[in-house]
Design a protein around this ligand. Structure first.
Ligand SMILES: [Zn+2]
Length: 326
């Protein structure tokens, strides 16, 4: 198992380990594709490794089985939920199974992916489970965003942010997948240091609706075409996709603002960054960035995806217009 980048997160794990107080519940946050699952797998190995010295050793029976996802005590509840989505009944069944001692060793690791996709009911079910931790259970959570996670849940986990890889690490990871250097440069321009998103895009760009919509939104904003912006964002069918797109849009506006103010080089998303920077004043870009950030940080209260898409588009264009009028 190779881990690229993620230095800050790995340093945090290292510190927990050295202090002898490794948290019972960890939450990895960061944008889609950034490598939260890889880090969750790696951390699961830290919990169950039976090797001597530095953990995970990656060589012992526990580590190897965990790496192949065949360890009976490293469990992924999302994979046993009906239709791959959390629901309260399946979650309760899963939890009741966790009151029994682990199969092989002393520790069971529950890896709850996409905590931010859990309903309030599911999160409350989960809360009771993590509030009174059993000696033999450990919990790892992943989430693209923290906002949809209940404060009561957040207060019981140690959150660790997962960063994008830098240019060198990004190139190394992609070249191991046989991608040519020139293409790697292009992909860095498209995805910054998000290795997972770049690889997925190479595999099948059509699967990345949220990414395609995000760049179309930015192009429409640069060309001041509000209808095209609306069409792009309305093409997304789920709230998860809209928030994933908003994450990228926020990032692009941040780059554009830095570039416009002379503080950034636009090495990430260069095309979109430069187009937005030339179309708008710094004030307008900053306003749009603020709006994108606000929308990205929203807990999802509007159940209607189409209405929320319209709200996003309206908010971005209003922000630009208001800034220009002043
Ligand atoms: Zn090991």
């Amino acid at each position: 198992m190779e881990i690229y980048g993620k230095k800050r997160a790995l340093d945090a794990l290292e510190r927990f380990s050295a202090s002898g107080r490794f948290p019972h519940a960890l939450l990895f946050t960061g944008e889609k594709g950034i490598g939260k699952r890889v880090l969750a797998d790696y951390t699961a190995m830290m919990y169950i490794c039976s090797g001597n010295g530095r953990k995970p050793c990656m060589r012992c029976n526990e580590c190897r089985r965990a790496e192949q996802h065949i360890h009976p005590d490293v469990v992924y509840p999302l994979s046993v939920m009906e239709k791959g989505k959390y629901n309260a009944d399946d979650l309760r069944d899963f939890i009741s199974g966790c009151y029994i001692k682990p199969n092989d060793g002393d520790i069971r690791v529950c890896v709850f992916e996409s905590l931010d996709s859990m309903s309030v009911i599911c999160q409350n079910t989960l809360l009771k489970f993590i509030e009174e931790p059993l000696d033999f259970n450990r919990y790892i959570f992943t989430a693209d965003r923290k906002e949809p996670v209940l404060q009561t849940v957040l207060s019981r986990v140690t959150a660790v942010a997962v960063d994008p890889a830098d240019r060198v690490e990004f190139a190394k990871a992609l070249s191991e997948h046989g991608i040519a250097a020139t293409r790697i440069e292009e992909l860095y321009g498209l995805f910054g240091g998000n290795i997972g998103a770049a690889l997925k895009y190479e595999e099948n760009g059509d699967d990345m609706q949220y990414y395609n919509a995000a760049v179309k939104v930015c192009d429409a904003v640069a060309e001041k075409k509000e209808l095209e912006c609306l069409l792009a964002i309305s093409s997304l069918k789920t709230r998860e996709e809209i928030f994933a797109a908003l994450g990228i849009i926020t990032d692009i506006f941040a780059q554009a603002a830095a570039y416009k103010s002379g503080k950034g080089t636009a090495e990430k998303y260069p095309d979109r960054t430069k187009r937005i920077a030339s179309a708008y004043s710094l004030g307008a870009i900053s306003k749009m960035y603020g709006e994108a950030q606000r929308l990205y940080g929203m807990s999802f209260t509007n159940p209607n995806v189409k209405l929320f898409a319209a709200e996003c588009c309206g908010a971005l264009f209003d922000a630009a217009e208001n800034a220009n009028r002043r």
